[in-house]
Design a protein around this ligand. Structure first.
Ligand code: NAD
Ligand code: MG
Length: 386
């Protein structure tokens, strides 16, 4: 039996992971499941999957979790230290699916312990890519990509020498506002930004798809994970969301990964790697689909893509600054303090002001990332209040 844990089990990726595990219960021993505010879901899953421990990120919810687990043998714990303890418990495979920079320290703890880390939490690579990779290397731990584009690149590279790849294209649906007149974007509501044309995902990443902050993070993730240089990484708008990425080789070949927009494909690939197994995903009927379209993204519509370049050029802690500014600006957008266009403007300003203070030369450690994150959020809050 494989020992597995899921960090962020109650979220969209976490639930899709449990769906796959649930189809082959006898193959897995569930060590830890973690969540935040959704105690009922966390407890129900921990009991159903007979987990050793369930952890909520919120210390004030510990009693609720205990009550919900009463009568079961599942241990209850809460808070950041408990998350790290749970992630450190021996496991063969750990899903990192907490949303935001909060996923960094638990993911690092899993790697420290030599566990294979299935990485959905792109924020870890954006804020601390070199640290994550160095830790994995030092501990003999493997990181497997779960973000669909990165899983696609990973699959397109099977059997290839990455040194012969000189180009990578990741695709973007264009999000909720792809076809909106630019002038209307400032009036876009949270509800409108929260509906994605092709994928069903958590609310934050769905809004980040409309602004392409998600794609900006993924561009940086591509650089960090595979070591492509910034000028080798391209983004194309592909409304059908069926081709997730393409890798280009020196002889001109482009190897594309095509699959249904269902995260259970990428999660399942990481779960069963290096072999392939049956997965409960749709079989694509390309004749019925008929057309696959690609176009260059409009930089005025998606300023986040330019910011990704700025971050990659600056290096150091600028990924932590960018991510923190983006996370905080998103909080303010959801709370109604800034409009959709203002969100990008705030992040850009934060990057201009805070970025140079935090650029190359600063060591990337959990402590320096946490400090950059804190200072940037503070800066952004002051900007919004002004
Ligand atoms: P989600 O919002 O649906 O779930 C997030 C999970 O994190 C929940 O279990 C929640 O309880 C937990 N969480 C929230 N705040 C926390 C905190 N402060 N500390 C600890 N735990 C906390 O998010 P999601 O859509 O499942 O995305 C998870 C991660 O996977 C993100 O990094 C996202 O970018 C990435 N990702 C998601 C998708 C997708 O299809 N949903 C695709 C690719 C990558
Ligand atoms: Mg993605």
């Amino acid at each position: 039996m494989r020992r597995i844990s899921i960090l962020g089990a109650t979220g969209s990726i976490g639930q899709n992971t449990l769906d796959l595990i649930g189809r082959a219960r006898a193959d897995y021993h569930v060590v830890a499941l973690t969540g935040a505010g959704n105690i009922a879901q966390l407890a129900a899953d921990a009991i159903a999957f007979n987990a050793e421990i369930a952890v909520t990120a919120h210390p004030e919810r510990l009693n609720d979790l205990r009550d919900a687990l009463a009568g079961s043998s599942v241990e209850a714990a809460a808070g950041e230290a408990a998350l790290i303890e749970a992630a450190s418990r021996p496991a063969d495979w750990i899903m990192s699916a907490i949303v935001g920079v909060a996923g960094l320290a638990p993911g690092m703890a899993a790697l420290q312990n030599g566990s294979t880390l299935a990485l959905a939490n792109k924020e870890s690579l954006v804020t601390a890519g070199p640290l994550l990779l160095a830790t994995a290397k030092a501990r003999g731990a493997r990181i497997l990509p779960v973000d669909s584009e990165h899983s696609a690149v990973f699959q397109a590279l099977v059997g290839e020498d990455i040194a012969e790849a000189n180009r990578v294209i990741i695709t973007a649906s264009g999000g909720a506002f792809r076809d909106w007149p630019l002038a209307d974007l400032a009036h876009a509501t949270v509800e409108q930004a929260s509906s994605h044309p092709n994928w069903t995902m958590g609310q934050r990443i769905t809004i980040d798809s409309a602004s392409m902050f998600n794609k900006a993070l993924e561009v940086i993730e591509t650089k960090e994970f595979f070591g492509f240089s910034p000028d080798q990484i391209e983004v194309l708008v592909h409304p059908q969301s069926l081709v997730h990425a393409l890798v280009g080789f020196r002889d001109g070949a482009l190897m594309a990964h095509v699959g249904p927009p269902d995260m259970r494909h990428a999660i399942g690939y990481a779960l069963h790697w290096p072999i392939r197994r049956d997965l409960p995903v749709e079989r694509l009927d390309l004749a019925q689909i008929g057309t696959l379209e690609f176009s260059a993204p409009d930089v005025a519509r998606y300023p986040a893509l330019g910011m990704a370049r700025q971050v990659m050029d600056a290096g150091g802690l600028s990924g932590a600054v960018f991510n923190a500014a983006k996370e905080r600006a998103l909080d303010h957008f959801i709370a109604g303090h800034v409009d959709f266009v203002g969100m990008s403007q705030q992040v850009s300003r934060a990057l201009d002001v805070m970025g140079p203070q935090m650029a190359d030369g600063s060591d990337v450690t959990l402590e320096t990332v946490a400090r950059a994150d804190h200072l940037t959020r503070q800066h952004l809050d002051q900007q919004v209040a002004a």
